[in-house]
Design a protein around this ligand. Structure first.
Ligand code: GLU
Length: 380
């Protein structure tokens, strides 16, 4: 049974966020189903014509929830996903960590988000929420004023997953359209369709069926409880920009990003990491200025291995400071690079460019050492 919440002041960590006042529900009464808390951030799932649904209204929209979970709620923000700032993301992660730290009886957390950048938020939480308990990110493609709104169904499924013992230690999960995907792997693949979230290459983690929540596989990469990233000490995420590769691309954009303060650049490369035009010179500039440059693929799936992604695109990604340098080539703009500079060219493995950006941001909160960052890319 849901209890009406009191208005509470946001925690000190989020004081800077005027828009992030939290409306909290009291812990639910004793019951034999798990307590699961909604932390609502907004998105289409809330975007009712004439006024957004609140966290409380969202929780009340789930008929039959009491069979699966005792719902609690808090309003973190009520914005489109792309309107949230990175500072708000940091505060959100701190808040979820705080919930798990201070409320040992809480079974899991559901986060509502707009779907546009949902996969980025979910992966950021995957890297920074240090708990084995489920964190499930949910959204919808149709808003509450649209015939066929699927938000309440997705939310109920999110609560069911967060309450399911099998969801523990699987990293942050994305639940929409009866399907469970890993935050690390899920991508929005369609601007409008309900089945937009897909895991290219690897497939679903599980499904939410009428009788039960079923998992078929695990994520073996490091995440959540096994993450080495500690968000409690982070006040500002380092700037990392993603630069797209296309025919005849100008390396000046890479230089401009570095000059504007980027500490990291993710190259969304062609195929297995190729660059084009004058981008190799831009990459050399970035490395010499101390930035870390990560190679990924713009294709949507596949892996960039260390020592690949070089070729015409600059020094080999993943070259280590002690590793052998490629043969000297007077036409190669990287010939002048030091071993340390070369080592800052890192291979992004199979991460999508926007997710490699998040891992690089978190990596840069700890180190600028290229070999160490390459290790992180091989483990997460
Ligand atoms: N689809 C938008 C998003 O990803 C939501 C629009 C809205 O909430 O206004 O956030």
């Amino acid at each position: 049974m849901l209890r009406r919440g009191a208005i509470a002041a946001i925690g000190a960590a989020a004081l800077c966020l005027a828009s992030a006042a939290i409306t909290q529900a009291q812990p639910a009464a004793q019951s034999n189903v798990p307590r699961v808390r909604l932390v609502a951030t907004g998105g289409t799932i809330s975007n009712r014509n004439g006024g957004r649904l609140t966290a409380e209204e969202l929780v009340k929209s789930m008929p039959g929830i009491d069979r699966y979970a005792q719902p609690e709620f808090e309003q973190f923000t009520n914005l489109a996903s792309s309107e949230l700032t990175l500072d708000q993301w940091v505060a959100l992660s701190k808040r979820i960590n705080e919930l798990f730290r201070t409320d040992s009886g809480l079974a899991g957390v559901v986060v509502t988000s707009g779907t546009d950048t949902l996969e980025e938020l979910a992966y950021f939480l995957d890297l920074t929420v240090r708990s084995e308990k489920p964190v499930v990110v949910v959204g919808s493609m149709r808003n509450p004023s649209t015939l066929g709104y699927e938000g309440a169904a997705n939310l109920l499924e999110g609560f069911r997953v967060a309450a399911a013992p099998g969801a523990r230690n699987k990293g942050v999960l994305v639940v929409l359209n009866d399907e469970i995907n890993s935050a690390r792997e899920a991508t929005k693949t369609d601007a409008l369709r309900l089945q937009t979230f897909q895991t290219r290459g690897y497939g679903l983690l599980g499904v939410v069926d009428s009788d039960r929540v079923v998992f078929y596989r695990d994520v073996v990469k490091r995440h959540t409880a096994k993450s080495e990233f500690d968000i409690t000490g982070v006040t500002k995420l380092p700037r990392v920009d993603v630069i797209w590769v296309y025919q005849g691309a100008d390396g000046d954009l890479i230089k401009a990003a570095v000059d504007a303060g980027a500490q990291g650049i993710v190259i969304a490369g062609a195929g297995a990491g190729a660059t084009s035009g004058t981008q190799p010179a831009g990459i050399t500039y970035a490395l010499q200025k101390g930035a870390v440059v990560v190679s990924t693929t713009r294709t949507g799936s596949g892996r960039i291995a260390p020592q690949r992604g070089g070729g015409r695109g600059g020094p080999p990604a993943g070259a280590t400071a002690t590793g052998a340098a490629p043969p000297a080539n007077p036409n190669n703009p990287n010939a002048a690079l030091t071993p340390e500079e070369r080592a800052r060219r890192v291979a992004g493995e199979d991460l999508a460019p926007v997710k490699a950006r998040l891992l690089l941001m978190m990596a840069l909160t700890k180190t600028k050492d290229g070999a160490e960052i390459q290790r992180m890319f091989s483990e997460y």
